[in-house]
Design a protein around this ligand. Structure first.
Ligand SMILES: Cc1cc2nc3c(=O)[nH]c(=O)nc-3n(C[C@H](O)[C@H](O)[C@H](O)COP(=O)(O)O)c2cc1C
Length: 701
């Protein structure tokens, strides 16, 4: 791999007074790891230092409260309101600078999202009252999530008041004073948060600003608070201090349009901003719309918004929104979208992206799987964690030392086993992975419905190979086989077992369990329910290795699948929901039957809301509180609210009944071998649980 493939992304660039080593920007992302007084802790330093070490050009510190605790969204976000913040910021800046990166601080007054104001009995400051109402999709919020959302407000109902012009003078002064503290701490600049519905954005947006004074009416008036803040910061800190402005390129659900955003960008630049960073926002964050903005779900979702702003300003533009290195390179070489690229969740998943590109090793990048687990934590004021990067949010745990010297046998080549193998080999142990089928386990299978999971498999396979792990495929390993390898330690990561529905008809041939589906796609036999002709076709497809590439399989499955026209999916958890969408896209009439009140419960909240929105759009019928009582050749009967109902089904897929399977781990322990169980064979935890427990297992060796 030639690093020149990323020559635009890795090229140095100028942003106002700053010379940056490349075009990769870490956008602001709350870590909520500050002290109770909003001061920088060791964990905060560790988080940013890792990304500076990983080669990022410009880091933007998470949203920090200019008047903390007033206008703050969390007690654990950085405070900029007194000189007490300076020593911590200085320590952070020095740590980042030591690795050749620059760092600026995102400054904010959170307006209607200032949860600390609500918690502490203050009114929130906004452009106009009453605030526009929005309808949350509460039926998709789990009870503990709802409790978390309420607790983040101190279980108080927010109240808001329209800012007076004296309030706004105070706000402008607070931004300028905060910027001076950032400068005194030796950091390189600030990013004024003018997006995401916070105070400045609530003025910019015609949706939320209905004022008749000099801060409302025309777009120039609505932008007055923004331009005053930018001018005040510039005046306070001078020309050698970078001032970036983050704006919404569009508000979903009404408000800022791309045309208005372009005008806002020009006004910000005219007021002295060195660059404009184009994000997006939705008026109703407690629905699927959160994944329209600010957290996009499609790759490159905000590109056109950035392009529109770029056409209106002379200063550099930073684009954001699921931009992969390859897409970044394309955008930067085109020159009409952006000058810098922010990679948010990507850099949470892998802090080393720029270094890996520079080393010509993009295959070693651990790609974000778009699961929204990280940001969901922010909903209830938690610390983000990452499904594929076990370290995120756990900086208080020491990085396990490279002790080396032990022979480790890992049984099972799914995410838990491969992560354990990767980490153990990285610590200097000699590692063998024994896998009966193909590497990737359930993640490989799920990549059919959720392609991003295939990226994780791709990474894990490359990373274990790079770490020198030996892989042995093709034969199930029992306790004797493992013992014959003379391991010092065994990590068992053989995955869950999947039971069939314990109802009359649950054993009919057209009822497929998760294990049947697995056999169908990555196994060797022909599962029940697949006729001889189809069985032959499957055999031929396997022989031609047609089923080995999930992307190809996804395409092929649009033409043909050994699955009837009418499908009942029993179990509406993560797997059932993803499967239902996949089948509906392939012209199946799908009904999901879930016995609890919640669909997609194992998904992170924003992803669940998106997935259920997509499901409804694809015409999938969903039944909650539906207990299946009987399966016949053409129907599934279920009970719901005391009524018995039936849905037609030529194929029934059982997407529930996943259970831990400790069989092998128990046998190895009984044989006296030191054994650790990881992944679903110990506790069903999907990808996040698998990676976490795999990493933990290897850390203990
Ligand atoms: C955990 C998390 C926290 C975030 N916190 C902030 C924030 O403090 N300020 C902000 O402007 N955007 C915040 N964002 C949005 C990101 O800056 C970025 O715009 C968004 O994640 C889209 O980029 P991506 O697709 O590369 O992740 C946050 C995103 C995540 C995932």
């Amino acid at each position: 791999m030639n690093p020149s493939r990323f020559s635009h992304l890795l090229a140095p660039g100028r942003l106002g007074p700053l010379q940056l080593r490349n075009r990769v920007v870490l956008p602001a992302m709350d870590q909520n790891a500050c002290s109770d007084e909003g001061l920088i802790t060791d964990e905060v330093v560790a988080h940013y230092e890792e990304r500076a070490r990983g080669g990022v050009g410009l880091l933007i510190l998470e949203t920090s409260a200019v008047a903390y605790p007033v206008g703050a969204t969390s007690r654990h976000q950085p405070s900029l309101s007194s000189d007490d913040c300076i020593p911590g910021l200085r320590r952070l800046g020095e740590a980042v600078h030591a690795h050749g990166a620059k760092m600026i601080v995102q400054m904010c007054h959170h307006g209607k999202v200032a949860r600390v104001d609500t918690m502490e009995g203050r009114e929130q400051l906004v452009a106009s009252v009453p605030l526009p109402e929005f309808q949350a999709e509460l039926e998709n919020v789990l009870p503990d999530e709802l409790a978390g959302l309420l607790a983040a407000n101190g279980s108080q109902i927010p109240t808001a008041r329209a800012a007076t012009s004296e309030d706004l003078d105070w706000v402008v002064g607070a931004f300028a004073a905060a910027a001076r503290r950032v400068q005194a701490a030796g950091l390189d600049g600030v990013e004024v948060h003018g997006g995401h519905g916070y105070l400045i954005a609530s003025f910019l947006s015609p949706y939320s600003n209905r004022r008749g004074d000099e801060y409302g009416g025309s777009s120039d008036n609505r932008a007055r608070l923004l331009t005053r803040v930018v001018r005040a910061v510039r005046e306070a800190c001078g020309p050698e201090f970078a001032v970036v402005v983050r704006l919404d390129g569009q508000e979903h659900g009404g408000g800022i349009t791309p045309e208005l955003a372009a005008a806002h960008g020009a006004l910000a630049a005219g007021a002295g901003a060195d660059a404009v960073h184009v994000s997006s926002y939705s008026q109703n964050p407690l629905t699927y719309a959160f994944t329209e903005g600010p957290l996009p779900w499609r790759p490159g979702q905000y590109i056109e918004l950035a392009r529109q702003v770029k056409a209106a300003v002379e200063v550099p533009v930073i684009a954001v929104g699921r931009i992969s290195p390859a897409l970044a390179e394309e955008l930067l070489s085109g020159g009409d979208v952006c000058d810098f690229v922010a990679m948010g969740r990507q850099l949470l998943a892998d802090p080393e992206i720029p270094n890996r590109l520079a080393a010509g090793r993009p295959e070693l990048i651990r790609t974000c799987i778009n699961c929204f687990v990280c940001v969901a934590e922010n909903f209830w004021d938690g610390r983000p964690v990452c499904a594929v990067n076990a370290r995120l949010g756990h900086y208080d745990r020491p990085v396990p030392a490279a002790t080396g010297g032990r022979r480790v046998v890992v049984v099972g080549g799914g995410p838990a086993g491969l992560e354990a193998a990767r980490v153990a080999a990285g610590r200097g142990h000699e590692v063998l992975v024994m896998e009966s089928r193909r590497l990737g386990g359930t993640a490989l299978l799920s990549s059919l419905t959720t392609p991003a999971n295939g990226e994780l498999v791709r990474y894990l396979v490359a990373a274990t190979r790079d770490a020198g792990v030996e892989v042995r495929l093709g034969r199930p390993a029992d306790a004797d086989d493992v013992a014959a390898e003379h391991p010092d330690v065994v990590v068992v990561a053989t995955g869950a077992r999947r039971v069939r529905p314990a109802v009359p008809g649950g054993d009919l041939p057209h009822v497929l369990s998760g294990d049947d589906l697995r056999d169908l796609l990555i196994g060797s036999g022909t599962p029940p329910g697949v006729g001889r002709g189809m069985g032959w076709l499957l055999g031929a497809a396997r022989a031609a290795r047609l089923l080995e590439d999930p992307a190809r399989l996804r395409r092929l499955s649009r033409l043909w699948m050994p699955i009837g026209r009418r499908v009942a999916v029993v179990g509406g958890g993560l797997v059932g929901v993803e499967l239902a969408e996949f089948l509906a896209e392939r012209r199946r009439t799908v009904t999901v039957l879930e016995d609890s009140a919640y669909l997609g419960a194992e998904m992170a909240l924003p992803r669940r809301m998106r997935a259920l929105h997509e499901l409804a759009g694809a015409g999938v019928r969903t039944e909650r509180n539906a207990a299946v009582t009987r399966i016949d050749r053409t129907t599934v009967t279920f009970e719901s609210g005391g009524d018995e109902q039936s849905v037609p089904a030529d194929t029934v897929i059982y997407a529930a009944g996943v259970r831990p399977d400790p069989t092998l781990a128990d046998a190895l322990r009984a044989a006296g071998l030191e054994t650790v169980a990881a992944g679903d064979c110990a506790t069903v935890g999907y990808i996040q649980g698998a990676i976490r427990s795999g990493a933990d297992a290897a850390a203990r060796i």
